[in-house]
Write a protein that binds this ligand. Structure first.
Ligand code: 13P
Length: 338
């Protein structure tokens, strides 16, 4: 393992004022997004959509340090024959790849899942490296409901994350480790805090056991936030200070950076929360965004699958990228949204 090279990539991924575009929706997820804007889920539409984001050159250069791709996209060519990977690289951004095979029901644990995809992963990493990937993502899903998560599900998932991360590093690829505690339920912020702290403590113990070098990793966590169905929602400042408290308790400063998922927050909430965390003062790691929905909902709507709307889609993408870039520096204000 060349830890120096891995560390260099990880540090670049969290360059101050830059963040990650999570454009790695699987076939099923992108269909859901396209259904919402009444666009057919064809290979050409998926290509055109992602191509216009990657060709939003100024926003990519200034605000996007890396792009997480799906298997189809890392192999895809733009309309003019250029690979999408080289468009991303030309903008100075790093191509990354989602390598997990999704969350599947965990035997013996009703309502809980285990993320699959470890079999053959070494060979897939070697292939993805040749295709240009320099970092990867694996998402574990932890749900909160009556009686869950169980210790069984938490440890099965953190151990899988650790095995994935070790294999990524062996093959010159920086692992983004993503243990997502879902915000879908009716639980309050205290429960989210308790479960997230547990999951992160377990994760860093398992990464240690698996001999993963933290200097060559990025953490992609949820924020500490009440479930969407909870009647009590907390202030932006509360979410920010609780999130930083838990991260400081759990994430060693050897980790170069933390890049949040948006997890179903509105675009502006996701931006406001990141900004508020930076306004709390200096932090021991880089702290930025790795948003999917919170970066793409606006451009998807503006584009709506029509070639004549590409410029509007690019403008919407550039705006969200700029807002999140400002937030990653603690320099965002709501007035900038107008
Ligand atoms: P969201 O920001 O939409 O949660 O997506 C980020 C991601 O990569 C989830 O795995």
């Amino acid at each position: 393992m060349n830890l120096e090279a891995l560390n260099k990539i990880a540090v670049k991924m969290v360059t101050p004022g830059k963040g990650i575009l999570a454009a790695d929706e699987s076939g099923g997820t992108i269909k859901k997004r396209f259904d919402a804007i009444k666009v057919d889920n064809t290979e050409e539409n998926r290509r055109d959509y992602r191509e216009f984001m990657f060709r939003t050159t100024a926003a990519m250069k200034d605000h996007i340090s890396g792009v997480i791709l799906f298997d189809e996209t890392i192999r895809q060519k733009a309309k003019d024959g250029t690979t999408l990977v080289s468009i991303i690289e030309a903008a100075g951004s790093i191509p990354g790849i989602k390598v997990d095979a999704g969350a599947k029901p965990l035997a013996g644990c009703s309502g809980e899942t285990i993320t699959e995809g470890l079999d053959g992963l070494r060979e897939r990493f070697q292939d993805y490296y040749k295709l240009g990937a320099r970092f990867a993502k694996w998402r574990a899903v932890i749900d909160i409901a009556d009686g869950i998560p169980s210790t069984t599900a938490v440890t099965a998932n953190t151990q899988a994350l650790a095995r994935y991360a070790a294999l990524a590093q062996e093959n010159g690829i920086v692992p983004i480790v993503e243990p997502e505690v879902l915000m879908d339920g009716g639980h309050g912020i205290d429960k989210c805090e308790e479960v997230t702290e547990w999951v992160l403590k377990q994760l860093y113990s398992d990464l240690y056991t698996a001999r993963v070098a933290l200097e060559g990793t990025i953490l992609k966590p949820n924020m500490i936030i009440a479930g969407k169905k909870c009647s009590t929602q907390n202030s932006v400042e509360e979410v920010a200070s609780r999130t930083i408290k838990v991260l400081k308790r759990c994430v060693p400063p050897a980790v170069p950076g933390i890049a949040f998922l948006s997890g179903g927050q509105s675009d502006i909430d996701a931006t406001a929360h990141l900004d508020a965390m930076h306004k709390l003062g200096a932090l021991p790691w880089g702290l930025t965004f790795s948003y999917g929905r919170a970066l793409q909902a606006a451009p998807q709507k503006a584009w709506s699958g029509k070639a004549e709307n590409v410029a509007a889609g690019q403008a919407a993408f550039a705006h969200r990228a700029l807002m999140n870039s400002n937030a990653a520096l603690g320099k965002w204000s709501k007035a900038d949204e107008a």
